[in-house]
Design a protein around this ligand. Structure first.
Ligand SMILES: NC(=O)c1ccc[n+]([C@@H]2O[C@H](COP(=O)([O-])OP(=O)(O)OC[C@H]3O[C@@H](n4cnc5c(N)ncnc54)[C@H](O)[C@@H]3O)[C@@H](O)[C@H]2O)c1
Ligand SMILES: N[C@H](C(=O)O)[C@H](O)COP(=O)(O)O
Length: 339
């Protein structure tokens, strides 16, 4: 992956979470040639304090994004935020909210300015950001809004969870379960399918992506006797996608779409709500799955986990998913290397 001519920009994430921990651990694995060089946009003091608490020998080097490649092999490149962080591992401090957001903004601007190959985001704590006035459901929607800086305001971001044996997309995401039926529409499902098909082809090199759509109701509605959304919303969306030449099928009973043999029949499953997608992927690939935002004018990945506050500063947080996110960001930025 060292073939990348630019470093990956890694955001700070929630300072009280495990983002600093897994960032330090990933840098310590820097001689693994499959990992791209990266820099983290954060408060240098936060990283230094976490390294000391974890007793990790990680030299911290404050530098610019342009210097990151030359620094990476000897020290963790940190592009400093112009805001101090006060942190205690495991503690949420809403005063840190603006700095968490500023790190994301800076990473996107570095992409826009051609200083970074891709953005990888450390986990944020959504409620902490909501309490600090962040009015987006999460990174995915916020990055879509930031895409306007690229002059592509129409970017409609889609959340893909990519694991070694499963790609899955939740059509609806961070909304209460009770609101899912009313949010689902033929148009939303078809639009999501179009974006997924286009990016699986463009970014993942899958020439004719096969999309399998989950039903919403048990047994995909049992012919309309256990709910009507499957027949009246999802099936028409499948028909629309097929009419446009996209290899979509379903709606299928979701409870038999994720076992090993079923997973060989499609390239990406479209689930109707968050946990219908994330339970299977995090069950079979928690340490290797990656959150990829499709539909953006740049590459963004993230570990598939959150802030794991109880693990921050304990040495128990695993960096595997962050490292998988770094590798995939590099691979998607260098399309010739996507396997
Ligand atoms: N991409 C993101 O920024 C992202 C992703 C998921 C959750 N979150 C946020 O994180 C916060 C906590 O969410 P949650 O508790 O649902 O999920 P979580 O992933 O933080 O924790 C779930 C469980 O997995 C464990 N875990 C998580 N990451 C681990 C790692 N790297 N190594 C070892 N164990 C790990 C945790 O200890 C916990 O037991 C919420 O605010 C949520 O919104 C953010
Ligand atoms: N739903 C994702 C997960 O559970 O991993 C995560 O919250 C993604 O949210 P972002 O839009 O902040 O990446």
């Amino acid at each position: 992956m060292r073939s990348l001519s630019l470093p990956v920009a890694l955001t700070m994430g929630e300072p009280g979470g495990i983002g600093p921990d897994i960032t330090l651990a990933s840098w310590l694995r820097r001689f693994d040639e499959t990992l791209p060089a990266f820099y983290v946009i954060a408060d240098p003091g936060l990283l230094a304090a976490r390294a000391e608490r974890l007793k990790l020998q990680v030299p911290i080097r404050v530098c610019t994004a342009d210097e990151a490649l030359s620094v990476f092999s000897n020290a963790l490149p940190v592009v400093p935020l112009d805001r101090e962080i006060s942190d205690e591992p495991g503690e949420l401090r809403s005063a840190n909210g603006p700095a968490v957001i500023a790190s994301i903004d800076r990473a996107v601007d570095d992409i826009r300015q051609g200083k970074a190959a891709a953005v990888v985001t450390n986990p944020i704590h959504k409620k902490a950001l909501y309490d600090a006035g962040f009015d987006y459901p999460g990174h995915t929607e916020y990055l879509g809004a930031l895409s306007a800086r690229f002059g592509i305001a129409s970017a409609r971001p889609v959340m893909l969870l990519a694991g070694p044996d499963l790609h899955v997309v939740p059509v609806t995401v961070h909304i209460p379960l009770k609101d899912v039926p009313g949010t689902l529409s033929r148009e939303l499902i078809a639009e999501t399918g179009r974006i997924v098909a286009a990016d699986l082809k463009k970014r993942f090199g899958i020439e004719a992506p096969r999309l399998a759509l989950c039903g919403l109701n048990p047994h995909a509605g049992e012919g309309g006797t256990i709910g009507r959304e499957d027949m009246e919303i999802i099936a028409p969306a499948v028909a629309d996608l097929r009419a446009e030449g996209i290899d979509a099928s379903g709606p299928y009973s979701a409870d038999t779409l994720f076992h090993a043999r079923a997973r060989t029949t499609y390239d990406c499953a479209l689930a109707m709500y968050h946990d219908q997608a994330l339970i299977p992927i995090k069950t079979i690939a928690f340490d290797s799955a990656v959150n990829v935002t499709l539909g953006l004018p740049f590459v963004r990945t993230s570990p598939d986990h959150g802030t794991a506050l109880s693990l921050a500063g304990t040495g128990k947080a695993r960096p595997d998913s962050l490292e998988a996110a770094l590798r995939l960001a590099a691979a998607l930025s260098d399309p010739h290397s996507v396997d």
